[in-house]
Design a protein around this ligand. Structure first.
Ligand SMILES: [Zn+2]
Length: 183
């Protein structure tokens, strides 16, 4: 088999025998390998600098099963007060048997999913968190020309999960769209 490929090191065109071949020559392959190793090292150093600057490693927190208050704050980008409010009103539960407050990471994933309505538990999975999937409350007020009071009642009526993050509160676009299409 012959495949046209571009050398990943020098960028020249070459014909390879296998689809997995990445370089035009052994020489380029060696240099590419060295470059990759070097890049990996640089990345590692950059990452450890970032961790030192921030004082935490978000990836490490994401891998944990149980989280401290501080870790939940960092992960959800919400205040300590918000977390205690959620613990108080039952949206979050602290685990028994720990000296300090520990929260199950899995609980965070379902935290904002709608609760029971008409004796029927809704199984709505929150969409992945990004701008394409969520409106801020202000977006909704502008986009649908509704007052904040009216939207508040709509959220209650339709069980729209509200997600506080940083300074904003977010709502899932698909749910909000479907409400305004039906009302
Ligand atoms: Zn090459």
């Amino acid at each position: 088999m012959e495949v046209n490929k571009i050398c990943q090191f020098c960028g020249s065109r070459f014909v390879a025998q296998r689809t997995t071949t990445m370089c035009c020559s052994d020489n380029c392959a060696k240099k590419l390998y060295k470059k990759r190793k070097r890049d990996e090292k640089v990345q590692q150093v950059n990452k450890s600098v970032e961790i030192q600057e921030k004082g935490f490693d978000i990836e490490q927190i994401q891998r944990k099963e149980y989280l401290s208050i501080k870790e939940v704050m960092l992960l959800l980008d919400i205040s300590r007060t918000s977390i205690y409010r959620m613990l108080k009103d039952g949206r979050l539960t602290k685990l028994e048997g720990f000296k300090a407050v520990r929260i199950r990471k899995a609980d965070l994933d379902v935290l904002f999913v709608g609760k029971e309505e008409n004796n029927e538990t809704k199984h709505y999975i929150l969409p992945y968190f990004n701008d394409d999937n969520y409106y801020t409350i202000n977006d909704v007020l502008e986009e649908f020309n509704v007052s904040s009071g009216a939207f508040y009642h709509l959220c209650k009526k339709h069980n729209i999960p509200k997600i506080p993050k940083g300074k904003n509160v977010f709502v899932p676009k698909d749910l909000v769209n479907s409400i305004f299409n039906n009302e």
